[in-house]
Write a protein that binds this ligand. Structure first.
Ligand code: DON
Length: 318
């Protein structure tokens, strides 16, 4: 199938048929090619590597799905996009004095750069950066958990989004790296609040459960110049939406961001629960979920599905 000349014209794509084709290709890879489920958070290890769901939500509000697109899963690091949006809303561009905008080229939970870089994490999407963003949220919101939940419920239209208690407990018990990161950053005075309170909020955001449709809808404002296409509400400024997309493109999949730009060509954010959200600016949002991960912590079949989608449609920012 060769992509049409003007891929942005959605009438040229048979999206249900494209999703069906991708689903069939993905199913052939179940088993030994499905990746490895994250087990460093014990409660995540229960997921099946052969689960797969995918949702496309266009700016007109059309929703197309295949597989288990309605199954809630642990959103993990995808929440780092939502918290960055909330933190920028309150702290403005001063946030960038406390966290950078460069890809790290190191694993998402690495400590190594912080020592040479004064406790300023490379970007808001590695764990270190998201912990600083969580601290900013604690400084600006009276009830940070309620604020994040309200944001996610409103943006996705799903009032039932909530925390998975088992995963939250599991992360609290086993988050040795995050404890180390937060304390190390605190030693450089780049955390203002109680370290345990910051970590508890960080674990809360990671332990939220959403499905592919909720997640694609929740970031529609990034495809629509900062505006929610259904309500017309300006969620963030045009410039900020562009910049969040830029950071997703360069840092959203950690030390695989170069590979992702090469194979998929869209701003995207992954989580170790196996979800990946991608943005096609001015056109649509995508979310895929498959819990088997590659060595960098990104969903293996999810990345494959996005690659196939952009190849078949020609939809890419390049
Ligand atoms: O803090 C952690 O390690 C996890 N709660 C989140 C990491 C994550 O999702 C990285 N993504 N690929």
């Amino acid at each position: 199938r060769s992509p049409p000349q003007n891929p942005h014209d959605l009438s040229r794509h048979d999206i249900p048929d494209i999703l069906k084709t991708i689903h069939a290709e993905v199913r052939e890879r179940f088993g030994q090619h499905a990746g490895k489920v994250a087990d460093y958070i014990p409660a995540l290890a229960q997921a099946s590597p052969d689960a797969f769901g995918m949702a496309v939500v266009t700016l007109d509000g059309d929703v197309h799905t295949v597989g288990e697109a309605h199954a809630p899963f642990s959103i993990q690091s995808i929440s780092k996009v939502h918290t960055l949006t909330l933190a920028l809303d309150k702290a403005g561009d001063d946030l960038w004095k406390r966290v950078g905008r460069e890809p790290s080229g190191d694993p998402f939970n690495s400590l190594i750069q912080l020592e040479h870089e004064n406790g300023i994490p490379r970007n808001p999407f590695i764990n270190a950066g998201a912990i600083v963003v969580a601290d900013v949220i604690l400084s600006h919101y009276d009830d940070p958990e309620a604020a994040l939940l309200a944001f996610l419920r409103e943006r996705s239209g799903n009032p039932d989004i909530g925390r998975d208690d088992e995963i939250w407990e599991s992360e609290r018990k086993s988050g040795y790296r995050n404890v180390a990161l937060a304390n190390f950053i605190r030693s450089f005075d780049n955390i203002e609040n109680d370290v345990q309170a910051v970590l508890d909020f960080y674990y809360f955001q990671c332990a939220l459960k959403m499905n592919c449709i909720d997640l694609a809808r929740s970031l529609q404002f990034l495809a629509c110049r900062g505006k929610c296409p259904s309500s017309g509400e300006q969620v963030t400024s045009i410039e900020r939406a562009r910049r969040i997309n830029a950071v997703m493109m360069t840092c959203g999949t950690y030390d695989a961001a170069g590979e992702f730009a090469f194979h998929v060509g869209l701003p995207a954010k992954s989580g170790v629960g196996g979800g990946i959200v991608a943005v096609v600016p001015h056109v649509m949002n995508l979310c895929v979920w498959s819990p088997g991960l590659d060595q960098k912590g990104n969903s293996l079949l999810g990345g494959y599905a996005l690659h196939r989608f952009t190849r078949m449609t020609g939809l890419s920012v390049f």
